[in-house]
Ligand binder design. Structure first.
Ligand code: CTP
Ligand code: MG
Length: 229
């Protein structure tokens, strides 16, 4: 197993509005972050997990994970997600210098099924430098101008919703972050900018991102479905 996983969890969760970092918000008794880390470890292909936590919450986050029996290193995150990933990546590749695959996950996508995680890792090990889990679009999408007037209707058949974990050959992700500016929401986007191809594997509805209170209600339902299955 030469795969390391990075979990940026240093956001403030403002849109969720719980008054605590989103990663620490409980879903059926466990923090969202604990669910995310457990999912990575359960997939069976991840050797080492590095979490980027809010700087003031590093110790409490490390304790929360240790108490849950989830081995992970916790480092202070940065001002934006890119910075948090950059810091965690540096730590991960120091801790595991022979890592071949790096997964970048979101604490906010805590319920990605282990099969999706394994499929991403398998595709990188099979030779793809970058791999992202995707789903087809259910809704029609419009491109609009600044005034909200429709400019175009992209062909939905060619569009995909992107999830995490995204998987990378370690050298490719290191190169992408070295070339990156301050702010990017999508790690694979940084690899695209290098001109490196990004492959896709099927994602899963359970890999939905918790952003709003509505999403949290969906996540509770997802978790109860997983628990009875
Ligand atoms: N993240 C991070 N460091 C930051 C900002 C975000 O590690 N400085 C992480 C979040 O913890 C989350 C992921 O990046 O796991 C995706 O970000 P998002 O869903 O926007 O989470 P928050 O920034 O916490 O939410 P909000 O934007 O509503 O405050
Ligand atoms: Mg955010």
């Amino acid at each position: 197993m030469n795969t390391v996983a990075i979990v940026p969890a240093a956001g403030r969760g403002e849109r969720l509005g719980f008054g605590v970092p989103k990663a620490l918000v409980p879903v059926r008794g466990s923090a969202l972050l604990a669910h995310a880390v457990r999912g990575l470890l359960t997939a069976g292909c991840v050797r080492h997990v590095v979490v980027a936590a809010p700087p003031a919450e590093v110790e409490s986050t490390a304790k929360l994970l240790a108490d849950a029996g989830l081995p992970a290193d916790v480092v202070p995150g940065g001002a934006d997600r890119t910075d948090s990933v950059r810091r965690a990546l540096r730590h991960a590749l120091t801790a595991v210098p022979d890592a071949r695959v790096v997964l970048v996950h979101d604490a906010a996508r805590a319920f990605t099924p282990p099969q999706v995680i394994q499929a991403v890792v398998d595709a990188v090990l099979a030779g793809a430098p970058a791999v992202i889990p995707v789903l087809p679009m259910a809704d029609t999408v419009k491109q609009v101008d600044a005034a909200g007037v429709v400019l175009a209707t992209p062909d939905r058949a060619a569009l995909r919703i992107v999830q995490t974990p995204q998987g990378f050959d370690a050298a490719t992700l290191t190169r992408a972050y070295a070339a990156a500016g301050d702010s990017a929401t999508d790690d694979a986007g940084l690899v695209e900018k290098l001109g490196v191809p990004v492959a896709t594997v099927p994602g899963h509805p359970y890999a939905m991102k918790v952003t709003t209170p509505f999403d949290l209600a969906i996540a509770e339902a997802v978790l109860s479905a997983v628990e009875v299955s």
